[in-house]
Design a protein around this ligand. Structure first.
Ligand code: FES
Ligand code: FES
Length: 154
């Protein structure tokens, strides 16, 4: 076990964990931050996506030791202008069905629009293709991203 300090949603958190513990388990089991979801545990579904220094990463594959010194953002702390606009667009477009994949979807969409405010359809497909949705909300996710993109472009 090691004492590990993580910066999550702008707050320093200290945990005691094995250095190779996946960040997902640290978030959910040690810090009770259950907004980040466990889907497959093998990097295939994107349900566990968080932002690490602005990039979407699958927290089921990221050892906590590799997250030290980096800015981690989870769905609980998604409060940038783009992140808030996307959450509103998700409501306006009625995106969610069961909702299980949506925290990861929102974080990937935030990374996309932060990097590229006017994405093409293929940009959206490429940026979102690591986030699976068993409910098939892909068309509404695209509409919501475009809704925010239009707002940014005005
Ligand atoms: S739970 Fe991490 S990619 Fe599926
Ligand atoms: S909304 Fe159900 S898995 Fe995506």
């Amino acid at each position: 076990m090691a004492i590990i300090k993580l910066t999550i949603n702008g707050v320093e958190r200290t945990i005691e964990a094995e250095p190779d513990m996946p960040l997902l388990w640290a978030l959910r089991d040690l810090l009770s931050m259950t907004g980040t979801k466990y889907g497959c545990g093998i990097g295939e579904c994107g349900a566990c996506t968080v932002l690490v220094d602005g990039d979407p990463m699958q927290s089921c594959l990221l050892p906590v030791s590799e997250a030290v010194g980096k800015a981690i953002v989870t769905i609980e702390g998604l409060s940038t202008e783009i992140g808030r606009a996307l959450q509103q667009a998700w409501i306006d477009e009625d995106v969610s069905q069961c909702g299980y994949c949506q925290p990861g979807q929102l974080l990937s969409a935030t990374a996309l629009l932060t990097r590229k405010p006017r994405p093409t359809d293929s940009d959206i497909d490429e940026a979102m293709n690591s986030n699976l949705c068993r409910c098939g909300t892909y068309p509404r996710i695209r509409l919501a991203i475009k809704r925010v993109s239009r707002g940014i472009a005005q």
